[in-house]
Ligand binder design. Structure first.
Ligand SMILES: Cc1ncc(COP(=O)(O)O)c(C=O)c1O
Length: 424
């Protein structure tokens, strides 16, 4: 006898009037900062005497290198084949070569490196691989303020985010001591961002030592977001930002246990539209990540792989790019420092400035209305934690446009801040 299918009315799927099933975790996602900013600036008519300048979005604007464009064009035949999720060995070898030249690290391209379609998707996807939501209190620790993907990745994986606030008195380092032992014990994944967005702070070796010890004690994975590593402002032996991978080797962890680093071409090579980066580190996690990515369908296009090889193999365009940022920051920072509490960061392409009256949202609204300059209020990049919002009272300025435009924006900010101070 053929068993009859149950059409119990208790099943919403059996009820055509019931709403369709939807992942309830989607409702946990917070609106993205730019969406909140749009709401906060709705109805503001920017002063038409000034042409618009946006320092809001952190999108590189310098031209893409010709050698990358040429490699793309020369590999159009790649459109006709499916790529492997692990990427071409040639690409993984080019990345290994870059890691060797940049950090003096020897990674196995076959087991310790994986190409990704920009670091954003990979930062998100790793949480889906690491988090076991069936364990009570699954927790993901993030710096605060932070790149918003960390929180969304944690929530969609079934974990709860916990935040360590950035401390302005210690070069904006995250205060990991704010996370108590019980929370660390529940932690499955820790995101760190060095150089930091928005603060530009680079994590020094002692901070890595603390985090590795915590990871060993509690068994969590560290995701090290390093996508701004090639934009830095000082010269000298230790001027280039330290990678988590380098820190691991220096601290006697050559197997990179429980560590995955994320690196990207978007900022290094001015190709945010190419969607190309890589993850590197613990071979056991790379293997699990590859399995996940095979099903998720995140193989990199053959054209992008070819263009990425060209980009990783060339350093001249990176040096030139860095020089452009250095010139901009050297010109703009002292100007702004006349009126705002702001200093040259360790790295990255943001200034993280305190506004005179502590009202970051009001500052962004007024600046847009009077001078047609868009900036991102810092409070939108952070969450209330440990009694405060550590982004409040600051604005993030992305110096991504050309130098003349950034300088023009800086002059307008100076005028606006002076005006605010005299009217206070
Ligand atoms: C801190 C941080 N991590 C990761 C990313 C993602 O960059 P991409 O996906 O282009 O590699 C960004 C982009 O703005 C970022 O600011």
């Amino acid at each position: 006898m053929i068993p009859r299918m149950s059409t119990s009315p208790a099943s919403p799927l059996a009820d055509p009037a019931a709403p369709p099933p939807v992942n309830p975790r989607l409702a946990l996602l917070n609106p993205y900062p730019f969406e909140r900013l749009r709401t906060l600036t709705q109805g503001i008519v920017p002063n038409p005497d000034y042409r618009p300048i946006s320092l809001g979005i952190g999108e590189p604007k310098h031209p893409a290198p010709k050698l990358v464009e040429d490699a793309l064009m020369a590999n159009l035949k790649g459109l006709s084949s499916y790529p492997a999720t692990a990427g071409e060995p040639k690409l993984r070898e080019a990345i290994a070569g870059w890691l060797q030249r940049r950090y003096a690290l020897s990674l196995d391209p076959a087991t310790q490196i994986l190409p990704v379609n920009g670091s954003r998707e990979a930062l998100f996807a790793l949480a889906q691989v690491v988090i076991d939501p069936s364990r009570p209190g699954a927790t993901v620790v993030c710096p605060n303020p932070f790149y918003q993907i960390y929180e969304g990745a944690a929530l969609l994986a079934g974990a709860t985010p916990a935040f360590a606030n950035s401390d302005p008195a210690r070069n904006f380092a995250a205060d990991w001591s704010q996370i108590d032992d019980a929370t660390w014990a529940r932690t499955q994944l820790l995101y760190v961002c060095s150089p930091g967005n928005p603060t530009g702070a680079v994590m020094p070796l002692p901070e890595w030592k603390t985090l590795f010890e915590l990871s060993d004690r509690h068994g969590f994975v560290i995701a090290s977001d390093e996508c701004y590593s090639e934009i830095y402002f000082r010269d000298g032996p230790d001027a280039a930002p330290l990678s988590g991978l380098q820190a691991a080797v220096q601290l006697g962890r050559p197997d990179f246990r429980n560590l995955i680093a994320f690196t990207s071409l978007s900022k290094r090579s001015n190709v945010p539209g190419m969607r190309s980066g890589f993850v590197a580190g613990d071979a056991a996690w790379i293997k699990r990540f590859l399995l996940y990515r095979t099903y998720h369908g995140s193989a990199m296009s053959p054209l992008i792989q070819a263009a990425s090889i060209a980009a990783w193999n060339d350093e001249a365009h990176v040096i030139e790019n860095r020089a452009q940022y250095r010139a901009k920051f050297a010109a703009v920072t002292p100007l702004l420092a006349q009126v705002l509490d702001v200093a040259l960061p360790d790295a990255g392409f943001y200034l993280w400035a305190a506004v005179p009256d502590g009202n970051d949202i009001g500052f962004a609204q007024g600046l847009l209305a009077q001078y047609n300059v868009g900036v991102l209020p810092g409070s939108l990049l952070a969450r209330d934690a440990h009694g405060l919002n550590p982004g409040a009272g600051r604005i993030r300025l992305a110096l991504v446009a050309g130098q003349a435009e950034c300088l023009e924006a800086a002059h307008r900010i100076v005028s606006f801040a002076k005006q605010l101070k005299t009217s206070a």
